[in-house]
Design a binder for this molecule. Structure first.
Ligand code: PLP
Ligand code: COI
Length: 353
């Protein structure tokens, strides 16, 4: 792989004491091209604009998929990726559904490891902070007919990340708009899934909410996910999350939380979850906690849930009482190499260069 290093790092412009999400990008980026049926020209080079044809299919027909993953530092500044093989598998599940070529494992993993190695100074050191890594695949064919592209670009960029949300969330159960439908692309990280969520989310924000809780598109009676989070409900002493199906993104954080909760002996259920169970639980005081989780968000609990104009407050538990925060700490401790890694989730990044 060719590597062109930057001459002057931009890292001095970065204030690591005040990290917002996605405003600063590390010095380098990786990219690899798929042309005439072959992957070629893998290169790490200085972060910068790319030039593609205005006819590129990504602009017109939305052939674009992406991933979100993180690199963490421990106290000795050793670097760890969290379950990178899961992101590798998922980007290819997304690619196949959008009729795009799967990325070879060697290209994904070598690009990722070497890029993060070169930019390891960009990984924040504090607990809960990380380097958010964004691999993505876009169609760059210059023919305007509505058909899959011949040519593609796979890239990886990264951005230092602190917390995604600053406070507990106010959630609105959405009954008019849908994020995905059965047989569609809801289970993928297709760029278009996010574009289509922006309008209903803006409407909810105008009503004073932070996020919508999506429900199934045909009956609006089943809970799906929220924003960029899978959701969990601590209902009648059971931790319930909607079972991943083709409407829901199968989250790596969600899978990890499930494993951690099971290990703690918590009664966990992955199943269809009715909106009515949640509302009933809120009314009867047996829904103690609700939270969302995802790579960018980590874990964030909900403060209120609104349904058909009624606003329900979740119990005002102390931090110690919250199952969400206990599980968040277990997860972050593993990610920062502060505890054992019984599931083999940490991938230590050696120095390649
Ligand atoms: N659901 C959606 C729509 C997301 O964008 C994300 C974030 O990636 C998640 C769930 C959580 O997935 P993960 O934990 O793999 O980041
Ligand atoms: C992630 O958590 O990785 C996401 O995809 C969130 C991102 C859309 C900001």
């Amino acid at each position: 792989m060719k590597i062109e290093k930057i001459l002057h790092s931009r890292i001095k412009e970065m204030n690591f004491n005040d990290i917002s999400f996605g405003n600063h990008y590390s010095d380098h980026m990786f990219f690899s091209e798929f042309r005439n049926g072959k992957w070629k020209n893998s290169i790490i080079k200085p972060f910068g604009n790319i030039w593609v044809s205005p006819i590129s299919l990504v602009f017109h027909y939305g052939q674009a998929v992406f991933e979100g993953m993180k690199a963490y530092k421990d106290k000795n500044e050793e670097v760890f990726l969290f379950r990178p093989e899961e992101n590798f598998k998922r980007i290819n599940r997304s690619a196949i559904r959008l009729e795009m070529p799967p990325i070879p494992e060697s290209i994904f993993m070598n690009g990722l490891k070497k890029l993060i190695d070169i930019d390891r100074d960009w990984i924040p050191k504090n607990y809960g902070q990380s380097l958010y890594i964004r691999p993505f695949l876009i169609a760059i064919d210059g023919v305007l007919s509505a058909k899959p592209s011949n040519d593609y670009l796979f890239m990886i960029i990264s951005t230092p990340a602190g917390s995604y949300y600053k406070s507990p969330l106010k959630i609105k159960i959405e009954e008019k708009y849908s994020r995905s439908a059965s047989g569609g692309v809801g289970f993928t990280k297709a760029a278009g899934n996010y574009a289509s969520s922006f309008y209903p989310t803006r409407l909810a924000k105008e009503e004073g909410f932070d996020q919508v809780l999506w429900t199934d598109s045909s009956t609006h009676t089943l809970v799906e996910e929220s924003g960029t989070m899978n959701v969990f409900f601590w209902l009648k002493n059971k931790l319930i999350t909607p079972k991943a199906n083709d409407n829901i993104l199968s989250g790596i954080t969600c899978k990890s939380i499930l494993s951690l909760a099971k290990k703690e002996g918590i009664d966990v259920q992955e199943r269809d979850l009715k909106v009515s169970e949640i509302i009933d639980g809120l009314k009867k005081g047996v829904l103690k906690e609700a939270f969302g989780c995802g790579t960018a968000v980590v874990v964030n609990y909900f403060k209120t849930i609104s349904y058909q104009g009624d606003n329900f407050f979740l119990p005002d538990l102390t931090e110690k009482e919250r199952i969400s925060l206990k599980l968040k700490k277990s997860l972050l401790d593993i990610q920062h190499n502060l505890s054992e890694d019984p599931f083999g989730w940490r991938f230590q990044l050696k120095k390649y260069l």
